[in-house]
Design a protein around this ligand. Structure first.
Ligand code: TXA
Ligand code: MG
Length: 343
């Protein structure tokens, strides 16, 4: 699979570590399952974002995910299952609470952290005794897991630290030459990653907010906390300590349209080419560079594509603050990180 080229004058072949990345739209499940069963990785659509999947029982296949993404080894992966019963394949001592949550939110954008089962290698959980489990609500994802006959360990299919992918082209832009196959299932419906909820903490704790909100979870759980820790090494979702969702140019947060206009004008005066990602139509910006992400569910579905489109065509991104509750809070969690400009 690796391309190999002979360089004249040199006595050896130079391995370029590139491979042809194929994109299949509609179908391709059997071919994808073949690759995964042979220990490879495949990108596939879910309702949240695209994932990069490998056999969760195969330590070497899982190592391939980290290599392809350039992901730090201490950031654990989510195990994707196709039916609720399969939870016993990945987790141990599954509490009743999990099944109550599953009855209401699975399949769907909820990941639950449980005690790790013996069959899951520590490569998946980054050495931890807990494991994250999710049952995606996307026909391609479910068909793929079934065809593989094993749970799929899968992070979002972006290059580490970059904005998550919500189309097959986003995956291609980041991982072309690094993975053999992308299953193209069109645009992701939800658009931001799943809510991560830990059931191994004394009180159920949201480690990453998503489309399944604290209010929705509290109806099932009663008490639920949201982890509000800063990006620290001891954060219970290890991934939280890393830079995330970073566009490839500077991105800043605007409190409102007026603030955005000031930032826009001063960027222009510095010779930059700014763009404003707005929450709805802003008449002040008529004739200027704007990408409208909308609000609520629409903003969730559009934010990552907006950031990716913005970084391609402009060199200074201004994002409008969303002040609503529910899913807007989860979108803001991503916007804060995208505009943190952390190293
Ligand atoms: O919607 C999603 O969740 C997507 C799709 C592909 O399913 N996946 C995704 O994976 O966002 P990733 O790897 O980009 O994010 C997984 C998050 C990370 O913040 C990681 O630290 C956390 O889940 N996580 C995974 N296993 C964990 C565990 N055992 N304990 C605590 N946090 C865990
Ligand atoms: Mg990710």
């Amino acid at each position: 699979m690796h391309a190999c080229k002979y360089v004249a004058g040199h006595s050896a072949y130079i391995f370029c570590l590139t491979m042809i990345t194929e994109i299949i739209k509609g179908g391709g499940i059997e071919r994808a399952a073949q690759i995964i069963k042979a220990g490879g990785v495949v990108a596939f659509p879910t309702e949240t974002v695209y994932g990069l999947g490998a056999n969760a029982f195969d330590e070497r296949a899982v190592a391939e995910i980290y290599r392809a993404k350039g992901r730090p080894q201490d950031n654990p992966l989510i195990c994707h299952i196709a039916s609720v019963e399969e939870v016993s394949e990945v987790a141990a001592e599954v509490p009743d609470l999990f099944f109550s949550l599953a009855g209401k939110f699975m399949p769907g954008p909820l990941t639950v952290v449980l005690k790790k089962g013996n069959k899951i290698p520590y490569a998946v959980t980054a050495g931890m005794d807990s494991v994250a489990v999710r049952m995606p609500d996307n026909p391609t994802a479910r068909a793929l897991i079934k065809a593989c006959g094993c749970p799929l360990a899968a992070p979002s299919a972006n290059a580490s630290k970059h904005v998550s992918p919500t189309t097959a082209m986003h995956v291609y832009d980041d991982l072309n030459g690094r993975i053999p196959l992308i299953l193209d299932g069109g645009e992701c419906r939800v658009g931001i990653e799943s809510t991560v909820l830990s059931l191994v903490t004394p009180v159920p704790t949201i480690l990453r907010p998503g489309a399944v909100t604290e209010e929705m979870l509290s109806e099932v759980l009663g008490e639920v906390k949201t982890h509000t820790g800063r990006i620290i090494a001891a954060a219970p979702a290890p991934g939280m300590k890393y830079k995330h969702y970073a566009p490839r140019c500077r991105a800043v947060l605007a409190q409102d349209a007026k603030d955005a206009l000031n930032l826009y004008r001063s960027a222009e005066s510095e010779g930059l080419k700014p763009v404003f990602i707005s929450a709805g139509r802003m008449p002040e910006f008529d004739g200027l560079n704007v990408i409208n992400m909308g609000r609520d569910e629409e903003a969730a579905a559009r934010i990552y594509a907006a950031l990716r489109d913005a970084e391609k065509a402009y060199d200074y991104i201004i994002v409008q603050k969303l002040d609503g509750g529910g899913v807007e809070k989860s979108v803001m969690n991503r916007i804060f990180k995208a505009t943190a400009n952390e190293e």
